[in-house]
Design a protein around this ligand. Structure first.
Ligand SMILES: NC(=O)c1ccc[n+]([C@@H]2O[C@H](COP(=O)([O-])OP(=O)(O)OC[C@H]3O[C@@H](n4cnc5c(N)ncnc54)[C@H](O)[C@@H]3O)[C@@H](O)[C@H]2O)c1
Ligand SMILES: O=c1ccn([C@@H]2O[C@H](COP(=O)(O)OP(=O)(O)O[C@H]3OC[C@@H](O)[C@H](O)[C@H]3O)[C@@H](O)[C@H]2O)c(=O)[nH]1
Length: 386
């Protein structure tokens, strides 16, 4: 492998990365990228490894010896400190991060996103190790514009909705709205890490992903996850399409999101990993401001793309409206609109997303169809117990 250069033209030294949550959606793509394109070594920590199994076996793989899986629950495992010490850099991805869990398991959500993340910060700080912490765009909560009267012309002014790392406030709902423990826990750990940087000199980078989507995201209920489980929207809609059910639009599907292709986003993370001088001390939005849709538009586009990749005809009524109470239960609330400001990541790392929403849905739904269509047909053909 030719020597890799950083953005300032210096050769990049091979490093050891302790990746916590490496078996998840983002972790699996990051491991794949690091194995295929870099000389770095990964200590992959997770409770599951299904999504990275093909990187771990067999021993003849070109990167064998550079990735090591450790089945560890970071809540209670004394091996964690030793693994952080062995690495040059720790990346913490571990979290409960599906909205259906926030209002139904708020305690687990707070523990997972704050309490369980504390020792990782402590070990990095005490041992002078660099930390890349995965936070979320949800720390912004709702936009300022959402509080303006519906007909206010200011709602069209980007100053009232574009989300900037260094100036936008974090606006959450009331305590009864249990959508927000996740965002609040993520915000507090960001503040703690920032304070460790200021007071103890911790080298940190905070990543705020804006709806990264692609293959291997979450699970398909009843196939590789619980039948009653509610994953994030990409997997919910994929499941509906695969089962030929209408897509469920929560509260009319009026909320807006910007979606970025996982492979574009991983490029940004690799730049952070390999350019510490440009990434340390920064908080980065990572998203695609050009891919904004309402959830209703997302449903329409996914239906069209799925029809193309599967060759199956569209349903007569491709979507239905459901209330958030019915879908998520009591206490659900929502972010209205999420457009990332890209100034900081552009200036520091020169990164820009490339893939359009149509193209990323086409490759993702092709993957979903190839991976799950047969298994779903078989499971639906089985007689159900009466
Ligand atoms: N995907 C996105 O668009 C998105 C958006 C915003 C924030 N994030 C953040 O990025 C990170 C990764 O997200 P993802 O989409 O890959 O989610 P994911 O659920 O696929 O991955 C999280 C992984 O962490 C592991 N994990 C959880 N608790 C653990 C513990 N106690 N010990 C060991 N492993 C544990 C899980 O088993 C899972 O494999 C999370 O912190 C999430 O909050 C993701
Ligand atoms: O079947 C569904 C699922 C979801 N939705 C809606 O689709 C939108 C997106 O829902 P997702 O489940 O993907 O999650 P959200 O974008 O709300 O939050 C996510 O944002 C960033 C991360 O930190 C987390 O991964 C998660 O909290 C929401 O408005 C939700 O109500 C539907 O209308 N129908």
């Amino acid at each position: 492998m030719a020597a890799r250069m950083d953005l300032d033209g210096r050769p990049i030294k091979p490093m050891t990365i302790c990746m916590i949550g490496a078996g998840g959606f983002i972790g699996s793509h990051l491991c794949e990228k690091l194995m295929a394109e870099t000389p770095h070594k990964v200590l992959a920590l997770d409770v599951y490894n299904d999504k990275i199994k093909r990187l771990l076996e067999p021993d003849s793989l070109p990167w064998a010896g550079r990735i090591e899986f450790h089945r560890i629950n970071i809540k209670h495992d004394s091996r964690l400190e030793g693994l952080v010490k062995m690495a040059d850099l720790t990346i913490n991805l571990a979290a409960i991060c599906t909205p259906a869990d926030y209002n139904t398991r708020p305690l687990d959500t707070i523990y997972s996103n704050f309490i369980d993340a504390l020792p990782v910060v402590k070990y990095c700080s005490e041992n002078s190790k660099r930390l890349i912490r995965f936070s979320t765009c949800e720390v912004y909560g709702k936009t300022i514009g959402s509080f303006l009267p519906k007909d206010s012309p200011l709602r069209k002014d980007p100053a009232y909705y574009v989300l900037k790392e260094d100036t936008s406030p974090c606006i959450f709902g009331s305590i009864e709205k249990q959508r927000w423990p996740y965002a609040c826990a993520k915000q507090l750990i960001e503040r703690l890490i920032y304070a460790e940087g200021a007071e103890s000199g911790l080298d940190f980078t905070i990543v705020r992903p804006f709806n990264w989507i692609g293959p291997r995201m979450d699970f398909i209920p009843g196939i590789d996850g619980p039948s009653e489980g509610v994953p994030r929207v990409l997997a919910c809609f994929s499941n509906n399409l695969l089962r030929r059910e209408p897509l469920k639009l929560v509260d009319g599907g009026q909320s807006q999101r910007t979606f970025v292709y996982i492979k574009d986003a991983i490029e940004a993370v690799l730049l952070m990993i390999e350019n510490p001088d440009r990434a340390n001390g920064h908080i980065f939005n990572v998203g695609n401001p050009n891919n904004e849709v309402t959830v209703r538009q997302l449903a329409e586009m996914m239906t069209q793309v799925y029809t193309k990749v599967s060759g199956e005809p569209m349903l007569q009524s491709p979507s239905i409206d459901v209330s958030s109470k019915e879908f998520y239960g009591e206490g659900y609330d929502d972010s209205d609109k999420r457009i990332p400001d890209m100034t900081i990541i552009n200036k520091q790392l020169g990164w820009n997303p490339k893939t359009s929403l149509w193209d990323l849905l086409e490759s993702t739904l092709t993957y979903q169809y190839r991976t799950y269509a047969e298994a779903i047909k078989k499971s639906m053909a089985k007689p159900t117990a009466s």
